[in-house]
Design a protein around this ligand. Structure first.
Ligand SMILES: [Zn+2]
Length: 267
């Protein structure tokens, strides 16, 4: 189905109350000074809690990304189901938003750049990425842990062998750490093309996440909606319905979509 037709079909279906599956991609949740967060990857814990209320009010059940993909892949079982994912494994996010989800018994998925565990995030001043021990504790608490390369590099800018090394080594590091298979990953910066998808499959992943906004569901290019500080509840509802892209393209930052800060797409 072409993109315009898919959006029209989505809009009609959503208008009729059909609850399509979605995957949200968060990075940072918590208080960080704007000057320390030039890429705008943090949103407040208060806004995140409102997002959870919006999702619950809409009657959605949340799964890990891998479980949601299996539901999507197996047929109509994914309706009224969604997933929340977090890229980069920032400590503040793990201790805030992820802890909030665990308290509520809600599953989620976290994608970690293994070479940066326990070190500062390269794009946010002073914000640490969780240590190996913290990542292991999250897994033991029920969080799905996936890879996010070793060095948090755009894989599309690497040759085949270097990309494969990033994907294999990050997976092996997590499997050693967790003592269980790791089959999921997210592309740093959402950077993905056909060759990168083939490399991800070659590296042994079964699910690989993009940050594409709504789109066709493909195991090696799972569509995720980026969620930033600008995600008002209305914007979130449009993202959940798979309609944010076309609506934003039509009305831009005006009218009902006005509000919040909008910055460049983070990784
Ligand atoms: Zn990232």
């Amino acid at each position: 189905m072409s993109a315009p037709l898919r959006w029209v079909s989505h809009a009609v279906g959503a208008g009729l109350g059909r609850r399509y599956p979605f995957v949200l991609c968060y990075h940072g949740v918590g208080e960080v000074a704007a000057a320390d967060d030039p890429s705008g990857i943090f949103l407040s814990g208060e806004l995140f809690a409102r997002h959870l209320d919006v999702i619950a009010d809409a009657g959605y059940e949340l799964l890990t990304v891998s479980d949601l993909w299996r539901a999507v892949d197996s047929g109509p079982g994914a309706l009224a189901r969604g997933a929340i994912s977090f890229d980069d494994g920032l400590v503040k996010t793990m201790r805030g938003a992820v802890a909030m989800l665990l308290d509520r018994g809600v599953p989620c998925s976290v994608y970690v750049p293994t070479g940066l565990m326990g070190r500062p995030h390269p794009d946010v001043n002073g914000e640490l990425i969780a240590s190996p021990e913290e990542i292991r504790e999250l897994a033991q608490a029920g969080v799905e842990i996936g890879a996010h390369s070793v060095d948090h590099v755009a894989l599309t800018g690497l040759g085949h062998d270097a990309a494969l090394e990033q994907l294999r080594r990050s997976r092996a590091t997590l499997e050693d750490l967790l003592g269980s298979p790791v089959k999921a990953m997210a592309y740093p910066f959402g950077a993905v093309d056909e060759q990168t998808m083939e490399v991800a499959e070659e590296a042994g992943y079964e699910v690989a996440c993009a940050v594409s906004g709504a789109g066709p569901w493909r195991a090696m290019c799972l569509p995720r909606e980026p969620v930033h500080a600008s995600a008002t509840p209305l914007r979130l509802r449009l993202k959940m319905a798979g309609l944010y892209g076309p609506v934003y393209a039509f009305v831009g930052d005006h009218g009902p979509l006005r509000g919040g800060r909008r910055r460049r797409t983070p990784g």
